[in-house]
Design a protein around this ligand. Sequence first.
Ligand SMILES: [Zn+2]
Ligand SMILES: [Zn+2]
Length: 349
Amino acid sequence: MSEQPPRLDLCCSLPADAQAVHADLFDLQLVADGVYAAIAAPQYKLNSNAAVILTNDGAIVVDSHSKPSAAQALFQLIQGVTKQPIRKLINTHFHWDHWQGNEVYAKAFPDLAIIASERTQHNLTTPGAGVGGVAFIAQQVEALPAEIAQLKNDLLRASSRGEKARLETHLEQAEAFLEEVQRLNPVLPTQTVTRSMTMQEAGREIQLLLLGRAHTDGDLFIYLPKEKVMVTGDAVVDWMPFLGDGYPEEWIETLNALEQVDFTHMILGHGEVAPKSHLTFFRNYLTDLIASVKQAAAEGATVTEMQTTVAEQLAPKYEQGMSKYPLGQYRDRIGPTIEIVYHKVVQTP
Ligand SMILES: [Zn+2]
Ligand SMILES: [Zn+2]
C-alpha cells in the first residue's frame, strides 16, 4: 500500500446508508459529571466523535471532526451546557476527520491552546504522512470532483427509488464537503507533548497518555482518573479499524498498556461509548487478523486468496461485532485491511 497515494475512501468515508443520516450531526451524551461524549451521526463524509470536558473555568474539547460546519454544530451544543469559554482543544491524531474543524474554536477563542503529540504535529505538517494533515487537504480537493462525478453517474443508473435517494444524499454531502474543504483554514496545534503528562485543569485532573504506536505513530489518549473515563481516538473504535497509517503489531502492545490503566468507559474515535471490556474484543480482532495473515502467508497463499480465506476464517468471531453501524462494516473493509496487514507485517515487517 505504501507505494500508492493515500486513498480518500480508505480511512473513514465508506458510504453510509441514507436512512441513517440524521439531520443532527451529534448526540451529546453525559458519560460522567461534566464529561460528555459527542457521538457523531453517520454521514457519507463522516465526522469523528468528540469529548467535551467541563472544568471550573472553561471547557476542553477533544477532536474537531472533518469540517468546520461540524465543529460549529458541536460548538453550539456545547454552548447549551456551558457558557464558559473553551480553553483547550486536543487532537488525538492527524487524520482528516479529527482536526479539520480546528479553525472554528481558534476563531471563537483567540487564546485557545491546541494540544497534540509531537508526532501528530509532524504528520500534520509533513506531506505524504497519510490520510490527514495540511497537504492532504489539497489531495481531498483534487480527488472530490471525480468522486462527485462517479456519484452523479451512479445516480443516473440507480434502479430503485431507495438507491436514488441514498445517492442523492451522498451527492449533496460530497458537494457541500468539497465546498468546505476548498475554504479550509488549517489551524495547527500550538503545544505538543512528547511523553505522558498530567494537567490540573481548574478542579479536574486530565492525563495525556502516550502509550506507543497504534493507529498512527502519535496517538494521544486522554484519561480522567477520577471519573475513570478514557478518550481513545481511533486507537479503539467500534467498527473496522483503519490500519493504513498504523503499526499492527505494536498496536496490540499499546492496547495492552492501555488495559493496565484504571478506567470503566471509553469515548471512542467512532461509535458509541463503550465499556472497558470492548478493548478485549478489539484487541483480539487485531491479534487474530495478524496471526491469520501470517499463517496464510507461511502456507504460500496470495493476498487475493487471503482476502477470501482469512475473511471467512475471522467472520464467525468478528463480523457481527464489527458491523454495528452503516459505516466501516466488516465486509466493506476486511479485504483492503488484509492487504494492508500483509504489506506491513509480512512483506516489510
Ligand atoms: Zn477517524
Ligand atoms: Zn484515524
